[in-house]
Design a protein. Sequence first.
Length: 48
Amino acid sequence: MDGPDVRWLHEALFPPLAIGFTLLAYALARELRRPGIRPCSPSRSSRR
């Protein structure tokens, strides 16, 4: 009785987790690939 239940739980939980992890990795890679990672702060412009 324990086997099938656990299997169903894994099947129900794995897809969303995998999708979430993929999206997170994609966003992280996009942030790292961006040439200028800078927050929206005017200090950089005024310091020039």
